[in-house]
Ligand binder design. Structure first.
Ligand SMILES: [Fe+2]
Length: 279
């Protein structure tokens, strides 16, 4: 029987690794939905909201012929979590605004205890007006926040949700977005491009900003997690949880892909964030 030496085995594995990586990146990983769970302590969160859960979904870049099953899995996974709130942080489409219609067939099935809110991504803005998307989301019962905020009333306490316009060639207005929110009230801000975090927190402390845009780098170096490809307005903050002074930021890897449908060491993600008050 043919038998490899240890050295030959290692050489064979090393030779096969690039092929396996390409198969993973192009055929497997873009369809491999993952659920990330994080606890984030917000010092100003009222004790009544301790344990409040948010599902964040971002960067769908929906392609009906390729992403249908992925979105069915995503909606099923979110609904199984029975979360308090769902945040959608933009880039529903890539370059064809018409695919928002089949995507809404999925998004309109999302369920949460205290509602859903959505904000605008740069690709959405590059293909159509904010009013176009706002009308479609509103019809589905999902507030679409463009430089405005809304208020949740839960157990007699308030939580403000604010959303900006997209940043890259859009018209974000942080002051207008945060207008009317009392200075000591916690705010969750939906801002597609994460680097805008520094502009937002210059206006006031942002208890938690939720962003997407970077896709976590889309292809990362395994184990190290380094993302070599940077995108404009996603260069300083790329993926995960950040804190600067009294403001915090979480960036999702998103669900879809732009450019080539490729992901490596950076699977599509639903983020389930559990908010904790300081004890
Ligand atoms: Fe995106």
């Amino acid at each position: 029987m043919f038998k490899l030496t240890r050295r030959q085995t290692i050489q064979t594995l090393l030779a096969a690794a690039p092929v396996a990586a390409v198969i993973d990146a192009f055929l497997i990983e873009p369809n491999l939905l993952s659920v990330t769970r994080r606890e984030i302590t917000l010092p100003r969160l009222p004790s009544e909201l301790d344990g409040f859960t948010i599902a964040q979904l971002s960067d769908f870049h929906y392609k009906p012929d390729k992403d249908h099953d992925l979105m069915v899995k995503a909606v099923h996974a979110v609904n199984a979590e029975n979360v308090d709130f769902i945040a959608l942080t933009g880039d529903y489409v890539t370059d064809d605004s018409a695919v928002i219609t089949p995507l809404m067939e999925h998004l309109s099935q999302l369920q949460s205890k205290h509602g859903i809110a959505a904000s605008m991504g740069n690709h959405d803005g590059w293909t159509h007006s904010g009013d176009y998307y706002r009308k479609i989301f509103t019809k589905a019962g999902i507030p679409f926040l463009i430089n405005q905020n809304t208020e949740l009333n839960i157990k007699g306490t308030r939580l403000h949700i604010a959303g900006t316009d997209y940043v890259w060639l859009g018209s974000p207005d942080p002051a207008k977005t945060l207008k009317g929110i009392p200075a000591n009230s916690p705010v969750i801000a939906l801002v597609h491009e994460p680097d805008y975090f520094d502009t937002m927190r210059a206006i006031r402390d942002i208890d938690l900003q939720l962003s997407g845009h970077t896709h976590g780098g889309q292809c990362r170096v395994p184990l190290i997690g380094y993302a070599p490809v940077k995108v404009k307005y996603g260069e300083n903050y790329v993926y995960g949880h950040y804190q600067e002074a009294n403001s915090q930021l979480f960036i999702s890897r998103g669900i879809g892909t732009s450019g080539m449908r490729v992901r490596f060491a950076c699977a599509p993600e639903i983020a389930i964030l559990t908010l904790r008050c300081a004890i």
